[in-house]
Design a protein around this ligand. Sequence first.
Ligand code: SF4
Ligand code: SF4
Length: 418
Amino acid sequence: MAKLKNLQDLRNEIEMCVKCGACRAHCPVFGVEKHEGRVARGKVALAHAVLDQTIDFEPKMIEDISQCLLCGSCYAQCPNKVPTDEIIAATRRQIAADHGLNSFGKGVAALLGRPRLMNNLAKAGRFLSPLFFKKLPENSGLRLRFPAPWIEADRTLPPIASKPFRDTVPEFIAGDPNMPTVAFFSGCGINYMYPAIGEAFLKVLKFLGVNVFIPKEQACCGLPAVSAGAQATVEQLALQNLSALSAQRVDFVVTACASCHSGIGKLYSDLGTDYQTLAAKTRDIFVFLVEHGLPEKLSSLPATGKRTRVTYHDPCHLRSHGIVSEPRQILQAIPNIDFVEMAEAGTCCGLGGTYSVHHYQTSKKIGAKKAAHILASGADLVATNCPGCIMQLQDSINHAQGRQRSVHILELLVAALE
Ligand code: SF4
Ligand code: SF4
């Protein structure tokens, strides 16, 4: 099986760090914690010490390495383009190899590799959630009634879908034979928590006449396992997704989740040429829609009804791939939407995959900064392109007692088309 890079493979990259500290100003964790162990420079130095065996894995060092959102902001600003997120992820894998996964990492590894078990747990969770969760006003989420492992009492969460999205749709939806055929990689967030985004995806592609496969055998992209340091799980999921997404001849693999786009579009490309072919075919939905002329088609739709003021949050996993203009282009082309740019739209929301589970209080402080910018923008809605960001943004807005809702751009698009 193809293997992810280990720390030894990244020695040259680690030694490219000149300790200039330029990353300090751009790290969301350092921005709220002000501690050298929280910034990329400190973590790269720890990775170097691990490589040279001048340090042992001790609890403080493990804590420092866990204090990273893998957001890539430091890489974007680094003069030497040190791939800090790759180095930190490889250090977590090394820690897991030497000391075993922590309890949450074990849970992630056990669940993600077993989609059937995930489906059954989601069904049980949906059935039991009225017992454990109470509804918040204005449909802005759920809050726990009782203490539970890994979920802090003041966190708000979306409900689990009554049925996983992929159980509700056929495996192929025919469109116009002259239009491309795509595979929809829906990911876990859409499958288990936000099926309406998946439905919106299908309606928009139907409007364009695109042929769509929704492979049943697809699994999690593996990013939560990257964050947890669960190497074998990432490699197993990559293999499973390669097989599911290669089973049919498609022109593109399209995602509506920034993290999934990063997973199959970048993470896998280190694993060999088959994965590189998959990565080359992978498109974010808004890149695909712009390439296929949707903004021009939207401009012919009538603008009737109430206008809505909408701002946009850049998910880290799109911003770090240079995908910033296409989502805005689509948003600005939707009739009845007044687009307004918020301050610091490109900074991380504070989710960071499993980071927000281990470090919710820091994640909340980062989210509070983002919520303040959303509220100051005067927008009614914050739109984005990542189910994880939608969850974190809504939680942050709830804590700030804002009236705004966080939504996926596809939901706004479908409302306009309908
Ligand atoms: S990671 Fe890059 S920006 Fe940060 S200290 Fe090293 S060289 Fe400078
Ligand atoms: S990836 Fe993000 S959170 Fe991690 S060190 Fe870099 S800027 Fe900070």
